[in-house]
Design a protein around this ligand. Structure first.
Ligand SMILES: [Zn+2]
Length: 249
């Protein structure tokens, strides 16, 4: 409380927590007395308030940062809420798939540091994307950059880049984790070469990639080549086959 006039009186007082201090008396506009408290206590209150504000600012900053990372990740709206918590499990295989990717996500710091990859292969509609996005979510919450794209979309971007093609390819090596959806075998040789270049670039930069494909491992080898497959599979790569839909039918 601040008053715009002079102290009318003063006396030595003792703070329970600190030493003695001089308390000043001011008259309030309604003619009641106001005695000032311990200045050290006052300082402490101020300090606590500033500390609290600082923590709030940091929380707010982190929230905005994470939101920005989510937006940059370009996860399609259909999958944006996918997490490990809302992944439905009907079969043992699904449980294994979930556990494997959860373990990958739990070790996300090491996995991204060492550029470990995951290959999720098998039938469509089996929740490959769900588990990839759930993994990406964990990475983003840890402050890592993630990008979700279909191969077709990536190829389009590279084709559109014209003379800037090499930079565009390099840019796909920037995110800490790339979720590459729909790795298929209907691309022409030039497009395949660009896909190869992106994966190779990421390998050289020690960046992790999650490959999602409806192809079998042999078909994937035919598309990407043995060399890239060997590079992807180095370093404890996770390989999961999503085949349970076919059992049920
Ligand atoms: Zn005090």
């Amino acid at each position: 409380m601040q008053f715009n006039f002079e102290a009318r009186a003063k006396e030595q007082r003792l703070c329970n927590k600190h030493d003695g201090y001089t308390s000043l008396m001011f008259m309030r506009p309604d003619s009641t007395e106001h005695w000032t408290g311990c200045p050290k206590c006052q300082d402490e209150i101020e300090q606590e308030k500033r500390q609290h504000e600082r923590i709030q600012d940091e929380i707010e900053y982190k929230k905005r940062f994470i939101t920005r990372l989510f937006n940059q990740a370009a996860i399609p709206p259909r999958f944006v809420d996918n997490s490990f918590d809302n992944y439905n499990i009907d079969t043992t295989e699904q449980q294994v798939a979930k556990n494997t990717m959860m373990e990958f996500a739990q070790n996300i710091k090491d996995n991204l540091k060492f550029g470990r990859n995951a290959i999720l292969a098998g039938n469509p509609g089996n929740g490959k994307t769900h588990l990839s996005v759930a993994t990406g979510r964990v990475a983003i919450n840890e402050g890592y950059t993630v990008l979700f794209t279909t191969v077709a979309n990536m190829i389009d971007r590279i084709n559109e880049a014209g003379w800037n093609k090499a930079t565009t390819i390099d840019n796909y090596a920037i995110p800490d984790l790339l979720i590459l959806d729909e790795v298929a075998n209907h691309f022409n040789s030039e497009e395949q070469k660009n896909l190869f270049k992106v994966l190779n670039c990421r390998y050289e930069q020690i960046k992790s990639t999650i490959i999602q494909t409806n192809l079998s491992m042999d078909e994937l080898k035919a598309v990407l080549g043995d060399r890239i497959i060997d590079r992807l599979r180095q370093n404890n790569c996770v390989v999961l086959y999503f085949t349970w839909e076919s059992y049920r039918k």
